[in-house]
Design a protein around this ligand. Structure first.
Ligand code: AMP
Ligand code: ZN
Length: 466
């Protein structure tokens, strides 16, 4: 498989540290608010990579954190703790906020058919890992104590900027107006590993540490959780493009300083989904979530389909027009795929040929748009239905669009079936039994069984269509 690696800025052949088990880490959400559909595009991208690796035959161990402490409103350790200000806003405890928005996140995550990572771990559950790492970084002089906090000294590394390929002065994290710059730092891009005496006197969550009561910075959690569950040799680490600097740059710095060798080989970054104003933000009031789309009558999988129609490294602009277009195309696609019945008469030759075409698209830096084109081509082709069924079933393990699912078919076809039942009732009323029978047998061919009862006609779906 070929995949774009942010670290080398090239599309590379994927060669794992250990081909028997791929280690894959995803930066999880900061659970101070709902995850918007932009965040969800990022997790769909990660899900496609995860499932593609499995489809290609790899065993994968995937780990994701939940940021429930330490992420400040500015990525440069300034501003307020996002969790604390959210708790104040909603008059709840930080832990209540974390629980509520973590649940909301996973509800939407599942509505999109994303696969749950093997390990999901909140930042607050791994404090001793961070203390262990920071202790060593202090011992080896990569870290220093200043103004009560512990900082990582970014000048200790020759290649601190290797993920961004930029020079130091180009990569200074912006300091917002009204936010004082942290005068305890030795260098502008040094970052906090552990806050002890800080400006957040009202921080609810604090833990004992060798440096006093305090709490971890944002970046250290991903290093701690990743090394704890995936060891010192990581294959893939991913996030959105905004994570490249400073978050992932800082993760590499502290992780490699801690373990003393290269840590992660492939850095996977998803481009953003923005709205027409150019930003899709969690902190600017109205939040467009997958659940909101569902309430508006959209199938969440139509949103997934929309994401898969574009490449994960391309920016995508969200509009309801674009979503309507995707929802329509998705519905038409389902009308075709869900009519294909299960059968055993599979042509091995065709299966191989078409599966190779589909695989080649995914192996080409996860080109899901081309993979969908292969699906459309298959549907148009004269490959027999049984072979089509088996191919689509396999491909849907990656696409996860419920292409063959009974319930999807039911939902999508309900309107049509009810219309047919009405027509048949009318035909019977007019004593046109031939038309009534024709309608019944036509539906039966599509796996829809009509049942006449005293209360009226109902339908069931043929169990053979799985
Ligand atoms: P957060 O909850 O803010 O930590 O963000 C969760 C993930 O969503 C991060 O990996 C971000 O890089 C990613 N992300 C944030 N905004 C967007 C966006 N507009 N489009 C795609 N991904 C995003
Ligand atoms: Zn992270």
């Amino acid at each position: 498989m070929k995949i774009y690696n942010t670290l080398t800025r090239t599309i590379e052949e994927f060669i794992p540290w250990n081909k028997d088990l791929i280690s894959f880490y995803t930066c999880g959400p900061t659970v101070y608010h709902y995850a918007h559909i932009g965040n969800m595009r990022n997790y769909i991208g990660h899900d496609i990579l995860d499932k593609t690796l499995r489809y290609l035959g790899y065993n994968v161990k995937r780990v994701m954190n939940i940021t429930d402490v330490g992420h400040l409103t500015s990525d440069s350790d300034s501003g307020d703790d996002k969790m604390v200000s959210s708790a104040k806003r909603e008059n709840k405890t930080v832990m209540d906020i974390a629980r509520f928005y973590t649940d909301a996140f996973f509800r939407d995550f599942e509505l999109l058919n994303n696969r749950m990572p093997e390990v999901v771990s909140p930042a607050t559950a791994n404090i001793h890992e961070y203390i262990k790492i920071i202790t060593k970084l202090l011992d080896t002089n990569y870290a220093y104590k200043s103004g009560g906090n512990i900082y990582f000294d970014t000048t200790k590394l020759d290649d601190y900027y290797k993920l961004t390929n930029h020079k130091a002065d180009e990569m200074v994290v912006g300091v917002r107006e009204g936010v004082e710059e942290d005068s305890s730092k030795k260098n502008q891009n040094d970052f906090v590993l552990w806050f002890t005496k800080s400006k957040f006197e009202d921080q609810e969550l604090k833990w004992d540490s060798p440096w006093g009561l305090g709490y971890p910075g944002w970046h250290i959690e991903c290093t701690g959780i990743s090394i704890k569950y995936l060891g010192e040799y990581l294959d893939i680490h991913g996030g959105g493009v905004d994570n490249i600097f400073p978050h992932h740059t800082n993760e590499i710095a502290q992780s490699e300083a801690y373990i003393g060798h290269k840590w992660c080989n492939y850095w996977f970054h998803n481009e953003h989904l923005n709205d027409e104003t150019g930003k899709m933000s969690k902190s600017n009031g109205a939040i467009l979530t997958v659940s909101v789309l569902k309430e508006k009558g959209y199938n969440p999988l139509a949103f997934r389909f929309m994401c898969l129609m574009s490449h994960y490294r391309r920016q995508l602009v969200f509009s309801y027009d674009a979503l309507d277009g995707a929802a329509n195309a998705y519905k038409k696609l389902l009308n075709k795929t869900s009519n294909i019945k299960f059968g055993e008469n599979v042509s091995k030759k065709d299966y191989q040929l078409w599966n190779d075409k589909f695989k080649a698209c995914l192996e080409d830096d996860l080109n899901t748009a081309n993979a969908l084109t292969v699906l459309y081509d298959l549907l148009k082709s004269n490959v027999n239905d049984d072979t089509k069924y088996h191919l689509i079933s396999k491909w849907d393990e990656v696409l996860s669009l419920d292409l063959l699912k009974k319930e999807t078919k039911k939902a999508q076809n309900e309107e049509y079936i009810l219309e047919m039942i009405k027509k048949r009732d009318e035909a019977k009323k007019n004593k046109d039994y031939q038309l009534a029978d024709e309608i019944r047998s036509n539906l039966l061919k599509q796996g829809i069984i009509l049942k006449d009862t005293k209360e009226g006609t109902f339908y069931e779906l043929d169990e053979k269509i799985s």
